[in-house]
Design a binder for this molecule. Structure first.
Ligand code: DAK
Length: 261
């Protein structure tokens, strides 16, 4: 494990080929304000550009992944201020990270916190995780994909209840509805997420990258267009050294040595 650059509101470190970004505003239950989102974007982009890193983990504390966007920052905002805020861009930019991101979630995962977890590619939850979109109690609705990604993940019935009635999901419920990949005890959830990330980071980086792209495309296109894209990406991989190495290694009954080329 190694410590990297220091930030104000996040902690950043690596474990082998896994880059770990930890939200660190404990007094505000990791509420997401602009400086925090700027740092999260910067740290994820730096890991994305680093060839020694194959997969990312985004986490918070045992008590709170994040209790939402910072209400104190938003409370007095006008329409125009909301429109002009760099804050909006910062959410969109998260989607441009090409390496997989695993959210390791414990405790409160509310509002923008839940939306941040859902922008990630997978979620590993602790038994104490609580997922919710409580914006309705503030006189607003989710604004960073909560009505869209949540509905795709858990279906209309549960999403409606969460968005309109502030229903919270326990970790086990979230697992049952397909929002999270796995649930682990509080003492183990982060290790579990890092282990999953290390496994992904041990695969061909180029195949992992296009695999992420192809699965995410399933949310954006028709079946025919998605299958067409998949076929093109599949075919493209036959131009990589990693495809030759992966298949040669299988036939020779030895582990593959990926080059990411
Ligand atoms: N913002 C600011 N401060 C927060 C916060 C938040 N979301 N959540 C908690 N805190 C602060 C509390 O104010 C308190 O600070 P002090 O009073 O000590 O200074 C401290 O964290 C501890 O909180 P509590 O004392 O309330 O702790 P409890 O254990 O009693 O309760 C709680 C925990 C999570 C149930 C409660 O704090 C809570 O209900 N928090 C608010 C949850 C919430 O409503 N979240 C949704 C926020 S709206 C967008 C992007 C994102 C968004 C929208 C648009 N675009 C890109 C367009 C997202 C919007 C939201 O997330």
């Amino acid at each position: 494990m190694s410590e990297s650059k220091s930030y104000e509101n996040i902690l950043v470190r690596t474990e082998g080929r896994v880059g770990i970004v930890q939200l660190n505003r404990p007094k505000a239950l990791n509420a997401l304000d602009t400086p925090t989102m700027l740092e999260v974007n910067e740290a994820l982009a730096a890991f994305d550009a680093d060839d020694s890193i194959g997969c990312l983990v985004l986490t918070g504390s045992e008590k709170a992944f994040a209790a939402g966007a910072d209400i104190k920052q938003m409370a007095e905002a006008s329409v125009v201020q909301q429109l002009n805020m760099v804050f909006l861009d910062l959410w969109d930019r998260l989607q441009s990270v090409t390496k997989p991101i695993i959210a390791a979630v414990s405790g409160w995962c509310l509002g923008g916190g839940c939306e941040l977890a859902m922008v990630c590619d997978m979620i590993v939850a602790s038994e104490s995780a609580r997922f919710g979109q409580p914006e309705i109690n503030l006189g607003i609705i989710p604004g960073a994909g909560g009505t869209q990604r949540l509905t795709r993940a858990v279906g209309k019935a549960i999403a409606m209840e969460m968005v309109l009635a502030n229903r919270h999901l326990t970790a086990q419920e979230a697992l049952g509805y397909g929002l999270v990949n796995r649930v682990a005890p509080v003492e183990q959830y982060l290790d579990e997420a890092i282990k999953l990330a290390a496994d992904i980071a041990s695969k061909s980086p180029v195949a992992v990258r296009v695999g992420k792209e192809a699965v995410n495309k399933a949310f954006e296109t028709t079946l025919a267009e998605g299958v067409y894209l998949e076929r093109r990406l599949f075919t493209m991989l036959f131009g990589t050294e990693d495809q030759k190495e992966g298949m040669a290694a299988f036939i020779a009954k030895r582990p593959a040595e990926w080059k990411g080329k």
